[in-house]
Design a protein around this ligand. Structure first.
Ligand code: MN
Length: 267
């Protein structure tokens, strides 16, 4: 059966060393992301973090959709700022991979869903900037760093009427979870804000020109049961990925004969 392939960037993780084991370094994502893709009818593949740009380009050439998942902070120098004292979990190799993956995907018309860190790295990839620390830099901010992130309806978002996000979610206000201390500041050219929390913090981005790009600051993969409207985001990504694949064309490399049989083709 036809299943669209959704690539998910898998970051480097240093596993805690155990007394009788070697230190291990893995590449991975929270399994809620691939599970959400599967439940939406897609087939997830993990794209492990690498500094090899040609390898990244080749990976994106083999997927129908791209998911930029949650994670740590984007290195502030990538958008021209010195680091705020609260900066944490920085990984410039991951940043560069995500910037390149996002740009290649956009060039090729591959749909993108960005989540949490993903909305931030997408924005920086296209020339935007970030608020480095909401609590100390946004007066009157609501609570954006709540635990647990799974079932909590943390704060309200207002969705821009007429936006792609409004159509996908089917609502103009929604209670979402919130687990971030950074946020989009200056929106990159080519993108537009499509949702905000009541303190004005940007909670959604999408393409300004109708390309298949959506990004949210909340964690829809953790709210499948508590906020079912958020499942629509994964269903949108898989539907767009499948639609692009069924066209069988690639704006960069031209028509791809046999693309519909790619699932069965050995790598
Ligand atoms: Mn938030």
């Amino acid at each position: 059966m036809f299943r669209a392939i959704v690539g998910i960037i898998a970051r480097r993780r240093n596993e805690p060393a155990q007394s009788d084991r070697m230190q291990t370094v893995t590449a991975g994502v929270d399994i809620a992301y691939p599970n959400s893709v599967v439940r939406a009818g897609g087939a997830p593949v993990l794209l492990p973090e690498t500094a090899d740009r040609q390898a990244v380009i080749a990976m994106i050439g083999r997927v129908d959709g791209l998911l930029l998942p949650g994670g740590g902070d984007v290195v502030s120098l990538a958008y021209g700022e010195e680091p705020h004292p609260t900066a944490k979990y920085q990984d410039p190799v991951l940043d560069e991979m995500e910037f390149l993956a996002a740009r290649v995907a956009i060039d090729r018309g591959i749909p993108i869903l960005g989540i949490c860190r993903g909305i931030q790295s997408l924005n920086v990839a296209l020339g935007g900037t970030l608020i480095q620390d909401i609590e100390s830099q946004v007066p009157g901010a609501v609570q954006h760093w709540a635990r647990p992130r799974d079932a909590t309806r943390g704060h309200t978002i207002d969705v821009e009427p007429g936006s792609l996000l409004a159509r996908v979610l089917g609502t103009k206000t929604l209670a979402v979870n919130s687990y971030h201390h950074q946020a989009v500041k200056d929106v990159a050219e080519g993108l537009r804000a499509s949702a905000r929390s009541r303190d004005g913090v940007i909670e959604g981005l999408e393409a300004a020109d109708g390309r298949p790009i959506l990004a949210v600051q909340c964690h829809p993969e953790e709210m499948r049961e508590s906020q079912p409207a958020l499942r629509n985001l994964f269903e949108w990504l898989v539907r767009e990925a499948a639609a692009r694949r069924s066209m069988g064309t690639d704006p960069v490399s031209g028509p791809c004969p046999g693309a519909e049989n790619r699932e069965e083709t050995p790598a």
